[in-house]
Design a protein around this ligand. Structure first.
Ligand SMILES: [Zn+2]
Length: 153
């Protein structure tokens, strides 16, 4: 399973994997944004432009739960993404650092809590303050380490 929470659709992933019934692709992204022509994946969730954190997290959690109702992954490749931050130049989302930490913790608990391994891949990040991109990625890894410890990994 590929879980893509970068602010842009995982159109390349969808193109590569669309014919493979063994892979489920999930992407949550701004609907009216780059890439302008989307490639259909197993589950594509479109947010409004400049979506606030609470609305984004609600959409993410309900649709990811729905994805896990229909697909049981052996392995998750998670493209985490840092361009959902409110100061990002390209992401067009309004998440703050607390929203990212909630996102990361819930995603990691959903999979690690069910003994499903997760490989984390960095996604985009074009923050007006570049150190934020590094901080967001760093926080994701720290949250992964914390959640993994909680589940005895
Ligand atoms: Zn992106």
């Amino acid at each position: 399973m590929v879980v893509d929470t970068d602010a842009h659709q995982g159109s390349g992933t969808n193109s590569i994997l669309s014919e493979d019934p063994n892979v489920f692709t999930y992407s949550i992204h701004v609907g009216r944004s780059f890439p302008t022509s989307k490639v259909e994946g197993s589950m594509d969730v479109e947010t409004v432009r400049y979506v606030e954190g609470e609305m984004y997290l609600n959409q993410l959690f309900t649709t990811l739960a729905a994805a896990l109702d229909v697909f049981s992954p052996d392995l998750v490749l998670w493209v985490s993404g840092a361009d959902n931050h409110r100061n990002d130049r390209k992401g067009q989302m309004m998440l703050d650092l607390k929203d990212f930490m909630k996102r990361d913790e819930v995603i990691l608990r959903a999979f690690l809590g069910n003994r499903i391994p997760v490989a984390i891949l960095y996604g985009g990040g074009y923050n007006r303050q570049p150190e934020y991109t590094a901080t967001i990625h760093r926080n994701t890894i720290a949250t992964a380490a914390k959640v993994a410890r909680q589940f005895g990994r």
